[in-house]
Ligand binder design. Structure first.
Ligand code: UD1
Length: 342
């Protein structure tokens, strides 16, 4: 049984990936500093899988604690690195925190991996590296555009650092997974997204509005050059996304990767507008979401969706879950968190 260290394994995408890894027969060691997650996510993981994975409350920037973790858990076969800050707006206000946590954290991780002979890495990247692309859908050959936020910049820098590390230390392989917009929650409603404070992202704002926590949703812009005027994204179900990590892990551990560094886009290949998403949510759940149109949000791109055919061909992976099911899972999770009965 391969042993996988998952940084940020109690976070949103991390926890769903831990579930899929365990259900695929991997042993998981979670490292998480709980800066944007709760320790009781472990209960959710255990309740779904019947396994309580090892957990270390460690900040990956803390070199000695992280080193001790490697020594304690013996041989680690591979790492999946989720632990990072991810809020675009916050990154503009606290840029140094973002560079420290995301970039120094990765450097720390890579040197610990080297010191402990761990040779395989899966890295959580983002479609944000493409900016507003010149053509749609976006495939992996699309050029990266200058980042519009420190957050986006950290993703580009981390990709570059991994690429350089592979050149320097030949026995090291990595897969960069560029996520489009992850949404939804586990069908069991035992784990899901737990945004702190007012959500920045669309779906948590929609579910909180449906739950009556927010008065109304602001739709940021209806004057984009899109069919209904609102911005278009590629919303991918977090469980489908988690399954892609298992496929990528199997590929790295089997040595069936075609080069030391591979990059895969993970999306559905389908663009959905903000207004379409809101109306799909109402249709799927039967719950009204009051909304108003406001001005565009600074830094937003007009339309983005993925060409994920490389992931389909090489990983044998596609995002299959229909949007209404995904939105229902997000609503079921919100109801569970808020204690809302039917
Ligand atoms: C952003 C980041 C992405 C990151 C993701 C998850 C960029 C350009 N995008 O995606 O890299 O992975 O967050 O953290 O860096 N919207 C509203 N009202 C709201 C909230 C959102 O209309 O209250 C709209 C937005 O304007 C956008 C769409 O919904 O058009 C999706 O927004 P959001 O969920 O915040 O994701 P992105 O900005 O696409």
């Amino acid at each position: 049984m391969a042993r996988i260290l998952v940084t940020g394994g109690l976070g949103y995408i991390g926890s769903h990936t831990v579930v899929e890894l365990i259900q695929s027969g991997y042993e998981v060691v979670i490292v998480d500093n709980l800066s944007n997650s709760e320790v009781n996510v472990l209960d959710g993981i255990e309740s779904i899988t019947g396994v309580r994975p090892a957990f270390e409350k460690i900040d990956i920037c803390d070199k000695s604690a992280f080193q001790a973790c490697f020594s304690k858990h013996g041989s680690i076969d591979a790492v999946i690195h989720f632990a990072a800050y991810k809020a675009v707006g916050e990154s503009i206000e606290k840029s140094l925190d973002y560079y420290y946590n995301n970039v120094y954290g990765l450097l720390q991780l890579l040197s610990s991996m080297r010191a402990n002979g761990v040779k395989h890495l899966i890295f959580s990247s983002s479609c944000t590296v493409y900016g507003q692309p010149d053509k749609l859908p976006i495939d992996e050959t699309a050029p990266r555009k200058p980042a519009t936020s420190p957050y986006g910049n950290t993703k580009q820098m981390c990709e570059d650092i991994i690429r350089d590390a592979i050149v320097s230390y030949h026995d090291f392989t990595a897969i960069l997974l560029r996520y489009f917009n992850p949404i939804g929650a586990h069908p069991s409603a035992k784990i899901g997204e737990l945004p702190k404070g007012v959500p920045n992202n669309l779906v948590p704002f929609v579910t909180q509005t449906a739950a009556g926590i927010r008065k109304e949703l602001s739709v940021f812009g209806d004057d984009y050059n899109t069919p209904d005027g609102s911005a278009i994204r590629d919303y991918i179900y977090v469980v489908d996304l988690a399954k892609a990590h298992v496929k990528a892990m199997q590929r790295l551990l089997a040595g069936s990767n075609k080069s030391e560094l591979e990059i895969f886009n993970l999306g559905t290949g389908k663009g959905v507008s903000v207004l379409e998403l809101v109306h799909s949510f109402m249709a799927a759940t039967g719950v009204k979401v009051p909304y108003k149109i406001v001005g565009r949000r600074a830094g937003d791109t007009e339309e983005v969706w993925a060409d994920s055919s490389l992931a389909e061909k090489e990983l044998g992976w596609t995002a299959r879950t229909p949007l209404n099911e995904v939105l229902l899972s997000a609503w079921n999770w919100e109801k569970k968190v808020r204690g809302i009965k039917e």
